[in-house]
Design a protein around this ligand. Structure first.
Ligand SMILES: [Zn+2]
Length: 430
């Protein structure tokens, strides 16, 4: 079955093709001008809307879904307090139903925000084995979005179980779902654990938090005489395509080390602002050929907000409205597609022949002239200002139509609210 979107204005971040059509099944088969359109089995008229690639969120925590509105004792003085008083209290009680519903709710919210691929960093104390498969079931099988999953190995849980879950899932090989080797952070992993991970993880790229707070480095130097980056290098864990999330606190030596490896740094500006920890020096990393990608660290689902906050945050960091440009931001967005494409072994990020049919259409009526020179400015200051896709397609399937999810959203949310209440009760009891 060949489908067609007609009367679209194709936006590929650096080009705009007006009055076009796209033919596709799971992949894009043909792109052309409307005057050359010859028909298809199913035709969707987009009435001159923007058609652009679905977004990729490169660092998320789906388990944080049920933290919204949770009232718990919270008065952190340090970053560790923040983990202990909030996130560790929550993730340790999560079990089967909680994981599944967090996946369903997240998937729905991601689709509504135009995110069609998510890289998740998962933890659930009451169900380790099988938890990644459950996330896949909710996000990929049920809602049809692509996922790259891993379990946060740490000494808070049984190390062997974490390793086993990561390794089992890493054997999956599909363009819809894939695994990385998850590690929480160096502060929850002793040398012995790092050694065990290194020997049992069979070269799978890692996904870990690094330098999110100054404490991560201070504790590491006090305890081991090395920074987290130095420890990861020592155990041979800075593998190609690994994700080091945050990297706000890096020493000059850390940067020298990271330069040598083909790892990616995931920046999460909105979460960093919320936790008041600072912002990675994306310019410095870029200068050193260390590629940055963008995530949201599980704070909501709106990746557009992180795109905006990255640029504004860098302006503030450098106290200059020009130090970090739209071109810099565009490179980070391109890196997100490059990363997901490599891991999932498919082509994401453009509306071109051979790319996966993951795209979104937006109603955008430019109030000023739009052309190739100012296109990304329209994207940043216009489209991202009110980024609500009307339709979302993933793997060639329509998943959001006219702003509505095609699953029974109300039923899922009703159940999710009761699951959330049970989780909060469990947290209180523990
Ligand atoms: Zn995180």
């Amino acid at each position: 079955m060949i489908k067609a979107l007609i009367n679209v204005n194709i936006f590929n971040f650096d080009s705009l093709k007006e009055k076009s059509y796209v033919l596709f099944n799971e992949k894009i088969i043909e792109v052309g001008l409307m005057k050359d359109f010859k028909g298809a089995d199913e035709v969707y008229d987009c009435n001159n809307q923007i058609l652009m690639p679905g977004l990729v969120n490169c660092h998320s925590h789906i388990y944080s879904t049920f933290a919204r509105g949770w009232i718990t004792e919270f008065n952190p003085k340090t970053f560790r307090d923040l983990l202990e008083q909030m996130w560790w209290k929550l993730d340790r009680v999560l079990e089967e139903k909680d994981i599944y519903y967090s996946g369903l709710v997240s998937g729905i919210e991601f689709l509504k925000n135009g995110v069609t691929t998510v890289v998740d960093h998962h933890a659930s104390g009451e169900m380790i084995k099988g938890s990644l498969d459950l996330l896949k079931k909710a996000l990929c099988d049920c809602l049809g979005i692509r996922g790259i999953f891993c379990f946060e190995t740490s000494e808070r849980f049984t190390i062997d179980e974490c390793i086993e879950e990561n390794m089992l899932f890493s054997k999956k090989d599909s363009t819809m779902a894939k695994g990385l080797f998850g590690m929480h952070a160096c502060l929850t992993l002793s040398d012995e654990s790092l050694k065990e991970i290194a020997s049992k993880s069979e070269g799978v790229p890692i996904h870990i938090h690094v330098g999110e707070s100054d404490e991560d480095n201070r504790e590491s130097i006090e305890k081991y005489g090395k920074t987290p980056v130095e420890r990861l290098e020592e155990y041979g864990l800075l593998r190609e395509n690994s994700i080091l999330s945050h990297c706000i606190y890096l020493s000059e030596k850390d940067i020298e080390i990271l330069k040598k490896y083909k790892v990616y740094v995931a920046v999460n500006p909105t979460s960093n602002f919320n936790n008041a920890v600072g912002l990675a020096d994306v310019l410095e990393l870029e200068k050193n050929n260390i590629k940055c990608i963008l995530g949201n660290d599980g704070l909501g689902f709106n990746l557009a907000r992180d795109m905006v906050n990255l640029l504004f945050g860098m302006h503030l960091k450098y106290k200059s409205p020009t130090a970090y440009s739209l071109e810099n931001l565009k490179r980070v967005i391109e890196n997100n597609y490059e990363y997901a494409s490599k891991i999932l072994n498919c082509k994401l990020g453009k509306i071109e022949v051979g790319y996966e049919a993951d795209f979104i259409n937006l109603e955008y009526n430019p109030p000023t002239p739009i052309n190739e020179d100012n296109l990304f400015g329209h994207f940043f200051y216009g489209m991202l200002d009110n980024f609500k896709p009307k339709n979302v397609w993933c793997n060639g399937k329509l998943k959001l139509e006219n702003y509505k999810i095609l699953e029974d959203e109300e039923k899922i949310y009703r159940e999710a609210r009761s699951v959330a209440q049970e989780i909060w009760n469990k947290c209180k009891e523990k």
